[in-house]
Design a protein around this ligand. Structure first.
Ligand code: ADP
Length: 360
């Protein structure tokens, strides 16, 4: 098992201060936040391209930086792979030469990465004859060939158009499954984060506001605000326990849900996104209803003035000892009619058609 990257740093530029304390575990952490939040600055401090004003950065037993102990290892002594946003390959070298330039001579790793990123057919080409996505695959493989302990990816999909982005996801997914090191993936696209991240570090105004398993951070009020009204909702980790008649049964921490997503197959571990506006509520368990999911819940939080509607956070009460929170958005008229209050026991109603996995 790979070690964690631990940082506790301060770095100021005129008009901006980054103050970040975090532990990045092995796996993909999405570093998500608006432009100017300090994402690139943080990567630069980790790689050693920039120097913190004070603090410490360590990976396992190795100290990369320590202001008091006056340790500041240069980038080449840190074993950090860094793929920049506009990563330039050497234009006068073929893909093969680009890959081997400066890399350790590890033929086994070379073959594995060529297979993993589907580079066999590209090896004799020059960068000018590659698409944006192909260049990025080469850049990531090249970074991994230096056998880093940590991989930093600064918006790898930023300059790739929508259709090609789709084709790129499987590579990142393989990377996620096969590489057991901390990978920090900078993004300001929620969809990318949902598809790829294990953990989410949410950064704003130079501070990491929230950091933890993706679904947990996703559900927090501060993060929900960034999703905008239409995108707010719940992210659940689930496993497909069966499929029959076009309906999949999903086991999640709080119980079971039925989904009409026909791409689902038994045994798959998936993420489901449930938009707040697709969840309705009832005071009693309804009968004779087309809606397949009826979950007993308790109102954990109620915000009566959310964009003039009512925002509910519901604790699912299907399985004792498990606490799963889901978001619902209803009209003020409905909330008033049902006299909804914090602590009340109600039922959440969710159509099987509204339960979709964005990561297939
Ligand atoms: P993000 O990657 O989240 O968009 P950055 O880390 O690039 O944010 O930038 C954070 C802030 O720090 C911005 O206000 C930016 O102008 C400032 N900044 C970054 N690098 C420098 C630098 N070398 N000199 C001065 N200001 C900088």
């Amino acid at each position: 098992m790979s070690a964690s990257l631990v940082i506790d740093v301060v770095k100021s530029y005129p008009g901006f201060t980054l103050k970040a304390k975090a532990e990045f575990r092995p796996g993909v952490t999405a570093l998500f936040g608006p432009s100017g939040a300090g994402k690139t600055t943080l990567l630069n401090l980790i790689s050693g391209v920039e120097r913190p004003d004070e603090g410490a950065i360590a990976f396992g037993g190795e100290t990369f930086f320590h202001s008091i102990r006056k340790i500041n290892r240069p980038p080449e002594a840190r074993r950090v792979g860094y793929v920049f946003q506009d990563d330039a390959l050497f234009p006068h070298m073929t893909v093969e030469k680009n890959l081997s330039f400066g890399a350790r001579k590890n033929r086994q790793l070379h073959s594995r990465l060529v297979a993993m990123f589907d580079l066999e057919k590209l090896l004799d080409r020059y960068p000018a004859n590659l698409s944006g996505g192909e260049k990025k695959r080469v850049a990531i493989a090249r970074a991994l060939l230096s056998e880093p302990d940590i991989l930093l990816l600064d918006e790898p999909l930023a300059n790739i158009d929508a259709r090609r982005r789709e084709a790129f996801f499987p590579y990142l997914d393989t990377l996620r499954k096969e590489i057991a090191m901390p990978v920090i993936y900078v993004s300001h696209q929620v969809d990318d984060v949902i598809r790829l991240a294990d953990d989410l570090a949410f950064i704003r105004d130079g501070g990491i506001i929230s950091h933890g398993p993706l679904a947990d951070v996703y559900g927090e009020a501060g993060f929900q605000l960034t999703l905008g009204r239409a995108g707010r909702g719940t992210l659940l980790e689930a496993e497909v326990s069966g499929v029959a008649g076009g309906i999949a049964t999903l086991d999640f921490g709080g119980g079971q849900l039925l989904s009409a997503d026909e791409r689902l197959r038994p045994g798959q571990k998936i993420r489901i996104r449930l938009l707040a506006k697709d969840v309705a509520v009832a005071l009693h368990r309804p009968k004779d209803l087309s809606i397949l999911n009826i979950l007993p819940c308790r109102i954990e939080e109620i915000d009566k003035n959310f964009y003039q509607h009512v925002d509910l956070v519901l604790a699912v009460e299907m399985k004792a000892g498990a606490k799963t929170l889901i978001h619902a958005e209803i009209t003020q008229r409905s909330a008033t009619q049902l006299k909804l209050k914090k602590g009340m026991s109600i039922y959440a109603l969710i159509k099987a058609l509204a339960i979709i996995s964005p990561a297939l």
